[in-house]
Ligand binder design. Structure first.
Ligand code: COA
Length: 327
């Protein structure tokens, strides 16, 4: 038994910051950011929240699928930047959508989150536990960004993407996923609830320290990505006896143009098979894969029967790849 994606949706906050706006905050330039990352602009929340963006993306995906909210059995939200801890973002989305029959939970696997959400939903659908799943990646990374750190603030953006999944009659593919907690120090962010409230007063200034925003060893993450993503893609193709020539496109997590180019080169695949939108949105963590997928669908660029590879990588460290047939 296989799964199919029967609808996609996304939400991008209208407010945007281009590289020149960033250059007013830190010592950098449009030229440097474009050259090193490919990012030109990123969108950031104003009135929106992680939950409100997730709900809008989810609603659009359900509309496109032609599925009523009441038919959804599972809502899974992947996020590292929810505006709520309790209830979970997925339960808030359930309330917004009126998806009264859904079981809801969140998943935190950073930029690999949507891929792991997709795999988790697929496992539930294939085992017959649920029939219809709504998987969402939604991030407000602008809230977690240190806007005085030029090594990170140039990279990230906000947004949400969603996919409705159901059981389908096609082929079942095994996913490939990996984690390496021993290398987790390369990309970190401390919780603002990291100390016992019983041990005494806490200086509010402390919460503004750099460890409470995203911190990254950029070169280490870069090297990890360009080595491990092609390996995961090769592994998933091998595990499922699929040839590269059969793949229509590779939807990679949108972190950096140079990473995407290096992955294409290592796989000896043409860059045209690696669509990108990071120039417009920056790195939106777990939202990047479903936003790009939705854009390709809206533009009519995903044809029925197309074999697609999804590949995610990021904090954890975590990474992986999955294959799907577009129905
Ligand atoms: N503007 C201008 N100069 C900058 C800068 C900026 N925004 N950020 C760093 N620099 C400077 C550095 O201080 C350094 O100066 P020095 O040579 O005088 O010391 C120089 O540029 C080179 O820095 P380096 O860190 O070697 O740059 P890089 O080529 O590795 O590019 C990243 C930095 C962050 C763009 C790159 O490492 C990267 O994209 N890594 C992957 C990050 C990522 O995708 N993370 C998320 C994964 S999910």
């Amino acid at each position: 038994m296989a799964v199919i994606i029967c609808g996609t949706g996304s939400y991008i906050p209208p407010c945007s910051m281009d590289n020149n706006d960033i250059a007013k905050l830190v010592e950098t330039s449009d030229e440097w950011i474009r050259e090193r990352t490919g990012v030109v602009r990123r969108h950031v929340i104003r009135e929106e929240t992680t939950v409100s963006m997730a709900a809008r993306a989810g609603r659009r995906a359900l509309e496109q699928a032609g599925i009523e909210a009441g038919e959804v059995d599972l809502i899974l939200v992947s996020t590292i930047s929810s505006n709520v801890i309790l209830p979970c973002a997925a339960c808030e989305v359930q309330r917004e959508l009126g998806a009264v029959n859904a079981t809801c939970f969140d998943l935190n696997a950073a930029c690999t989150g949507f891929l792991l959400g997709y795999n988790t939903a697929a496992a539930y659908l294939e085992s017959g536990v649920y029939n219809t799943a709504l998987v969402i990646g939604s991030e407000s990374l602008s809230n977690l960004t240190n806007w005085s750190d030029r090594t990170t603030c140039i990279l990230f953006g906000d947004g949400a993407g969603a996919a409705v999944m159901q059981k389908g009659g096609g082929r079942h593919y095994l996913p490939v996923t990996h984690s390496n907690g021993a290398k987790g120090g390369a990309l970190t962010l401390k919780s603002r609830h990291d100390q016992s409230v019983l041990t005494g007063e806490r200086d509010p200034e402390e919460l503004l320290g750099p460890e409470y925003f995203m911190q990254m060893d950029g070169q280490a993450v870069f090297k990890f990505a360009v080595r491990s993503v092609p390996q995961a893609v090769e592994e998933v193709l091998e595990a499922n006896q699929v040839k590269k020539e059969e793949i229509s496109c590779y939807i990679l997590h949108q972190a950096n143009r140079r990473i995407v180019e290096a992955v294409a080169k290592r796989l000896e695949e043409p860059l045209e098979k690696f669509p990108m939108n990071l120039q417009e949105y920056g790195n939106t963590s777990s939202a990047s894969i479903p936003i790009l997928l939705d854009e390709l669908v809206q533009q009519g660029k995903v044809k029925r029967g197309a074999k697609i590879v999804l590949a995610g990588f990021g904090a954890g460290l975590s990474w992986g790849a999955s294959i799907l047939d577009w129905a």
